[in-house]
Design a binder for this molecule. Structure first.
Ligand SMILES: [Zn+2]
Ligand SMILES: [Zn+2]
Ligand SMILES: [Zn+2]
Ligand SMILES: [Zn+2]
Length: 721
């Protein structure tokens, strides 16, 4: 007799499958007797009919009373029927990080249960965004053909219901099954999980643990047409973005495929989803309805299949689709590739962007960049025509400026702020439906009918979007770098060395090295003694208090005091560490002077470029350009931009700048041809640690000294100039 444990597997197959197991192995007479034992009542009806009304738990009890049904029978039954959902294949193009990997070498390296062990190690740490689907784990692995490894998964899905007894909301967790196929030779991964949410989770875990990239597949119209016979198409949805045409049409007909392809009205339409009548086995006895969802790279059947049928059919169809995908991948042009890669469905794009418009705009930007780089051109017009639409979709990731075309100057011109007279930064912002332009210095709103350029021309525009400039922030440029590396490894976009921005709906690209503005401290070789040292996490924590206590300037300020400070082995202000590795000289502040740190350094082709750093003390919150500290920094930064003696401007602060603020400074510096080096929290910490090390001080002593200096400061009356 099968053990309870063995037969409990049957909980995961459908009742009909369990009944069939009983009919096949047990006589009607025995079934009737066991029915009576389990149900505690007789049946006068046909036993097969009576069993139709028996719930799963009771059916399993009858199985347990049937010695004719062996463990092997149950095992086989479970194996055939375990994937008790309708097949739902999500396809990914598989790129191995090691080009030498083949199906055979992968299977060899992951034999026995190595693949599930690897996956589970990582799956254990996954955090789920809600508790509806949780606890995804790999349960076993099977080689289903010489090239393909199948890994089976289970997870919990929450099922809510109202308890009829108590009328309370209740829930239980239901165990669900799914699987993944990995085929290195045909370069695909197929994920079959009833929950869409977990497809993304599993694909990123698989990328990490199996050393590969998984590129979502978009099953394009041309692939669909080549793989599925058009005379078996039963229903389709057509869509187009062409204005004047109906945007979305759903069509159904017994002979739909032929009728659609012969009707010129539907030319130029894309078909994001279609439904076919599909023969599952070779002799054509088993049919199912097949659905194709192109953008999701998904094909599904509406009929439940035995595992063996599903595998045979799936391997055949997926093999066909992927062979077309692979040929696009090796020979396709940029347009074909963008059509066939489901980039908007990439898990990284999905976490970065919300909403279809935002994702679409990001893919458009990426395409424009790839085209500029591949074709060696400097600008490319996006398909999205309205700048207003681009602003709405991308405003979170871009810095928006207003610089309209001036008829008098015959070019895009800087506008003068009527309140403060400055002109560099006109900030465009859009909240809901309303758009405003403010002066970046005095924050005064500008009126649309009062625009004056530097040459005192009156500038006329119809809307704020005539002349919008969009500069990407660093999160967006580094996303571009990663995505281009993943999808177009031959193109290689370096976010730190190459720039792009949008003017209206045209992307402008530049790879000019000398036009680069921002440099990281770690990129400056002569500062290696500062950035090349390892600082443990413990020490970083210990240094936190020092960072918080450091002042912008010393308490004593006079030529003599600064001279003494220069020689003293102490660290009391943000500027002091710099004298330990540069030729910076401490000096007192006078009136308008605000270049706190200055030294000479190598920068590009300048051997003694003048670095001028603006020093600011600790700030817990991210510094925005609207905060007091931010305004002060912007004002001083602008002063250094217009100073011809300064080549490199440093932002030195024990804190962090908000991305948009950094982008604004970068933009300003670019226009004055200045370079910028950021010494924010982490870089300043390296400088402080280096100085402590060089002076042979201890963190404790510095903290005591800083606290004493702080109380001296409070005792003194404030010095006005
Ligand atoms: Zn003008
Ligand atoms: Zn102003
Ligand atoms: Zn000092
Ligand atoms: Zn000074």
């Amino acid at each position: 007799m099968p053990s309870d444990n063995k037969s409990s597997k049957l909980l995961h197959v459908q009742n009909g499958v369990i009944r069939k197991l009983l009919y096949t192995h047990v006589t009607d007479e025995d079934l009737k007797n066991r029915y009576r034992l389990v149900m505690e009542r007789e049946t006068k009806k046909d036993i097969k009919e009576a069993l139709q009304r028996v719930e799963k738990a009771k059916l399993i009890e009858i199985i347990n009373k049937s010695p004719e049904i062996t463990e092997e029978h149950i095992e086989l039954c479970f194996e055939e029927n375990r994937y008790n959902n309708r097949p739902n294949f999500r396809l990914f193009h598989l790129q191995s990080l090691d080009p030498q990997t083949t199906s055979a070498s992968f299977i060899q390296a992951h034999k026995e249960d190595k693949a599930i062990k690897k996956l589970n190690q990582r799956l254990r740490d996954v955090s789920y965004s809600n508790d509806n689907v949780t606890s995804l784990i790999a349960v076993d692995q099977t080689i289903i053909d010489p090239q393909t490894l199948e890994i089976a998964f289970k997870y919990n899905e929450k099922y809510n219901f109202i308890d009829p007894e108590t009328e309370q909301n209740e829930f239980i967790y239901e165990l669900k099954y799914g699987f993944m196929w990995i085929n290195f030779d045909q370069r695909y991964v197929n994920i079959n999980l009833p929950s869409d949410l977990l497809v993304g989770t599993l694909s990123s875990v698989a990328e990490e643990t199996l050393a590969c990239l998984l590129i979502p597949v978009n099953i394009t119209k041309s692939i669909v047409e080549r793989v599925f016979p058009k005379d078996s198409m039963k229903r389709t949805t057509l869509s187009t973005a062409t204005s004047g045409k109906i945007e979305k049409i759903t069509l159904a007909d017994k002979e739909l495929g032929n009728k659609v392809s012969q009707n010129p009205e539907y030319e130029g339409y894309d078909s994001p989803s279609s439904v076919y009548q599909e023969a599952i086995n070779e002799d054509g006895e088993l049919y199912s309805t097949l659905g194709v969802n192109s953008e999701k790279g998904k094909i599904y059947l509406t009929r439940q299949l035995k595992a063996s049928d599903m595998r045979r059919w799936g391997l055949w169809r997926i093999g066909q689709i992927m062979s077309h995908m692979n040929s696009i991948h090796t020979n396709g042009d940029i347009d074909e590739k963008f059509d066939a890669f489901g980039i908007a469905e990439d898990s990284e794009v999905k976490t970065f962007a919300y909403g279809q418009d935002e994702k679409k705009a990001i893919v458009e930007l990426m395409k424009a960049l790839v085209i500029c780089k591949k074709q060696g051109i400097e600008s490319y017009r996006l398909l999205i025509e309205k700048p207003e639409k681009l602003v709405a979709a991308l405003k979170k990731h871009m810095n928006l400026r207003f610089r309209p075309y001036c008829d008098g100057c015959q070019e895009h011109a800087d506008l003068v702020c009527p309140s403060c007279g400055k002109f560099e930064i006109m900030v465009l912002s859009r909240k809901g439906q309303s758009t405003t332009v403010k002066c970046g210095f005095c924050s005064e709103d500008i009126e649309l009918d009062q625009l004056t350029c530097l040459m005192s021309h009156k500038v006329r525009v119809n809307s704020w979007y005539d002349g919008v400039l969009m500069y990407p922030n660093t999160a967006l440029t580094s996303l571009m770098q990663r995505m281009i590396k993943k999808y177009f490894p031959e193109v290689d976009f370096m976010a730190e060395e190459e720039q792009f921005h949008l003017s209206n709906n045209v992307l402008h690209y530049s790879a000019n090295k000398s036009s680069r503005v921002m440099y990281r401290v770690e990129e400056i070789p002569e500062l290696e003694k500062v950035w090349g040292r390892r600082i443990s996490n413990q020490r970083r924590e210990d240094l936190q208090e020092v960072m918080e206590l450091l002042k912008e300037k010393c308490s004593k300020q006079s030529s003599d005091a600064c001279k003494a400070c220069q020689k003293e082995h102490s660290i009391r202000c943000v500027m002091k560490p710099f004298i330990t590795f540069t030729n910076h000289h401490l000096h007192p502040h006078h009136g308008q002077e605000y270049g706190d740190i200055s030294f000479n350094m190598k920068m590009l082709n300048m051997d003694d470029a003048v670095f001028v750093g603006i020093a600011k003390s600790y700030e817990k919150k991210e510094i925005t350009s609207a905060s007091d500290k931010g305004r002060e920094m912007l004002e001083q930064f602008y002063g250094k931009c217009t100073d011809t003696m300064t080549h490199v401007i440093g932002i030195v602060v024990a804190g962090h700048l908000e991305q948009g603020f950094t982008a604004k400074l970068q933009d300003l510096a670019r226009r004055y041809n200045k370079k910028v080096v950021m010494w924010t929290y982490n870089e300043l910490l390296m400088a402080v640690d280096y100085a402590i090390h060089k002076y042979g001080l201890s963190i404790e002593n510095i903290i005591i000294d800083l606290k004493a200096d702080g109380s001296k400061r409070r005792g003194r009356p404030k010095n006005v100039s």
